[in-house]
Ligand binder design. Structure first.
Ligand SMILES: *Cc1c(COP(=O)(O)O)cnc(C)c1O
Length: 356
């Protein structure tokens, strides 16, 4: 309930609504794109009694161990890396650092819900560019004057990715504002724009450890960009919270990034499961958008998306339904373990059979 103690600004805020985190234990949770596999076993090894004892000390404000791990993985210098408390925080810093401009920023009409939320919070003008009819992002539509560009690659909640080449074409013409590529899902089969950072000083690549490295509960994200962009991000960060990545989160993140073999194995399993479940869903009559992420956006043909959402819930399966124009005929399903996907397919068969 609004209160007289609230500022006008807070009355007008329209916050992000995260997918539900249900307390019920026996649910199959396919609604927030978490990884079905645990973090690397190396993460458990670093969360020791000694690590806990060190919590009396503030963390390293430059998080240099974490930046080094990320820089090594991407073959970059420390000065090209910034880290934050989840990539949502990195995005918040980046919107403030780069997008408070005279011209509106551009992003797709269907994309990650936080972009409009941050525009509201930081009073940034935006123009939403419609996705093409096949739900892909058409980057040629972004070749107009703007205060900045942001898109997710692969996009959420469609799962559809853009080629590195098409991103480079945009960067070649869009040199006067910052282009942010939000790569939250890139490790599940798309191409990272990290390799372009050295050539385009206005490119910021944002990634997270929440999805492909199974650390959603730990909150670590990072940005890769030119030293000019990174310096601006750090200025905002150090004007807000110099200790945004805590000691345990940093230790866990370093261990997860260094365990490349485990990471690659988990991503490969999810891609394989995605292929299997996509075929199953198509044979059940669903339209399945071609995903390069750890989720699929699917359209049922003999039942409405909202009813299917409810029916799955009764089968103890939680998925995501967006009551938004263009995508309200679809549900988004996170790729879980093989057993979870088998349970999903069985539940769908039962639900569809009852409808005959
Ligand atoms: C999950 C997600 C994020 C946020 O990730 P965190 O690091 O957990 O804050 C950012 N962008 C997109 C597109 C996402 O799906």
């Amino acid at each position: 309930m609004p209160s007289k103690y609230w500022s006008d600004f807070v009355q007008g805020l329209d916050p992000y609504v995260p997918g539900e985190q249900p307390k019920q234990q026996d649910l199959i949770k396919l609604n927030t794109n978490e990884n079905p596999y645990p973090p690397s076993p190396k993460v458990v090894e670093v969360l020791t009694q000694d690590a806990v004892k060190l919590l009396r000390l503030y963390p390293d404000p430059s998080n240099s161990l974490l930046k080094t791990a990320i820089a090594n993985y991407y073959n970059m210098d420390l000065g090209n890396v910034s880290v934050g408390n989840g990539s949502d925080e990195i995005l918040a810093f980046a919107f403030q650092a780069f997008f408070k401009q005279r011209l509106p920023i551009l992003f797709p009409d269907i994309t990650y819900g936080f972009y409009t939320v941050y525009c509201g919070l930081f009073d940034i003008d935006y123009t939403q560019i419609p996705l093409a009819d096949d739900f892909s992002i058409k980057l040629s539509d972004y070749q107009r004057e703007n205060g900045g560009v942001i898109f997710a690659n692969p996009n959420a909640p469609t799962g559809i990715g853009k080629s590195l080449q098409s991103i480079e074409v945009l960067l070649q013409s869009n040199t006067e504002s910052v282009v942010i590529v939000d790569e939250a899902y890139v490790d599940f089969g798309a191409e990272s724009a990290a390799s372009l950072v050295g050539r385009y000083p206005n490119l910021l690549v944002v990634q997270t450890l929440s999805k492909s490295r199974s650390l959603a509960g730990s909150r670590v994200g990072f940005a890769l960009g030119s030293t000019v962009l990174i310096e601006a991000l750090e200025k905002v960060k150090n004007s807000f919270n110099p200790y945004s990545v805590d000691r345990l989160a940093e230790a866990a993140a370093v261990a997860a990034i260094d365990d490349v073999a485990y990471f690659e194995q988990c991503c490969a399993k999810i891609i394989k499961t995605r292929q299997w479940v996509s075929e199953q869903l198509e044979s059940l009559g669903f339209e399945v958008l071609p995903s390069q992420a750890n989720f699929v956006l699917i359209r049922p043909t003999s039942i409405s998306a909202s009813e299917l959402f409810e029916q799955l819930r009764q089968h103890n399966i939680v998925v995501r339904f967006f009551k938004k124009p263009r995508i309200d005929a679809y549900i988004r399903v996170t790729i879980g373990s093989d057993n979870e996907m088998i349970a999903l397919v069985d539940a769908l068969k039962e639900i569809l059979l009852q409808r005959r």
